[in-house]
Design a protein. Structure first.
Length: 76
């Protein structure tokens, strides 16, 4: 959980990777972000998982008045 207060800015960069497994695997992640009034937030992630990994991520945000949220995701 990330909380950006009123009249503030935030930038978060996440990198995820996983080794190759012989069996199928699961990644179930959750990201929650609150962006206050007149605030900006940028969330960036780069994910490099094996081909037999099921990636079930939930990413959501609540944005107050005049707030701005930017999501940048890259999957290899």
């Amino acid at each position: 959980m990330i909380i950006i207060d009123d009249d503030a800015e935030g930038n978060y960069i996440e990198g995820c990777s996983a080794p190759k497994f012989d069996k199928a695997s699961l990644h179930a992640g959750l990201v929650e972000i609150f962006v206050g009034k007149n605030s900006k937030m940028k969330y960036s992630s780069v994910e490099n998982r094996s081909t037999n990994t099921y990636n079930l991520n939930t990413k959501r945000s609540i944005i107050e008045e005049h707030g701005y949220m930017e999501w940048v995701n890259g999957n290899l």
